[in-house]
Design a binder for this molecule. Structure first.
Ligand code: GLP
Length: 262
């Protein structure tokens, strides 16, 4: 696992956006399949990718996207649906993203299980995900895979924990009751099947999650720790999120990454 420690949020986002752009450009044949998250963590990455796209530095013409998750019961036009978030903060600003290449789980489906099974099939039909970018919850969840979700889980219906509903209530008038109780989400196994996974972790509130992901054992309690078994996993983080890492781990990652640059 690589842990890329950047001085602040802005630098973390620049690093992550450059990494995505380089990966897209490196794919010479076929479509580049990109997994994407919502949340506040990726906002800076999206802003930088939009800038690069408008400047002609990276094209999304041959990119297919799959989003991680969606609240169950929220229509596209709801300003807290992840469909709305992705269009508002990213897709609508790109010059050459094709709408037919955007995949987001349908939170209004009357057949949630079928919707999730079709999503998995579509990912497979596209040749699998080349790079999955994700965020992390304070409890270590990736997508909506809360603590104790199987590390082999596939796309399916998830029940949100009270903690997550409280954290996400900041977008629902600070009322946890207004946060949908369920969501559709890719599984931990869906994420770890990707050729590469990059998780963004920033801010003090995520310090424990970062330490558990990197230094703790592989455990369903911290679903993000499944990445320890992935051959190509990157954690892109800022200094603030490193507060709970052991000093020698922190030094180790700075050391190997500076050697990498020589
Ligand atoms: C939600 C999403 C996750 C996201 C997490 C963290 O629960 N389902 O995919 O990673 O929030 O969000 P933020 O980046 O706003 O801290």
């Amino acid at each position: 696992m690589r842990v890329i420690i950047q001085e602040n949020y802005d630098k973390m986002c620049t690093w992550a956006a450059n990494h995505i752009a380089e990966a897209i450009k490196a794919k010479k044949e076929g479509k580049f399949v990109l997994g994407l998250p919502t949340g506040s963590s990726p906002l800076g990455v999206y802003a930088k990718l939009i800038e690069m796209n408008k400047a002609g530095e990276v094209s999304f013409e041959n990119v297919i996207t799959f989003n991680m998750d969606e609240y169950l019961g929220l229509p596209h036009e709801h300003d807290q649906s992840y469909w709305y978030f992705m269009h508002d903060n990213f897709f609508d600003h790109l010059t050459d993203m094709k709408s037919e290449n955007i995949n987001i789980l349908n939170g209004m489906t009357d057949d949630p299980e079928g919707e999730c099974a079709r999503y998995e099939e579509k990912i497979k039909a596209c040749g699998g995900i080349d790079l999955f970018m994700g965020g992390i919850g304070v409890d270590g969840h990736i997508a909506f895979n809360e603590p104790f979700t199987s590390l082999n889980s596939r796309t399916g219906v998830r029940t949100l924990t009270t903690d997550t509903r409280i954290v996400n209530s900041r977008f629902f008038g600070n009322n946890p009751e207004k946060v949908p109780a369920k969501a559709l989400s890719v599984g931990v196994g869906t994420v770890t099947d990707s050729k590469e996974v990059m998780i963004l972790i920033n801010g003090h509130a995520k310090a424990r999650a970062l330490a558990e992901t990197v230094e703790g054992g592989v455990s369903q309690k911290w679903t993000c720790s499944a990445l320890q078994l992935h051959p190509n996993a990157i954690i892109a983080c800022d200094e603030a999120a490193c507060g709970e890492l052991k000093v020698d781990s922190y030094r180790y990652f700075l050391d190997v990454e500076s050697a990498e640059r020589l």
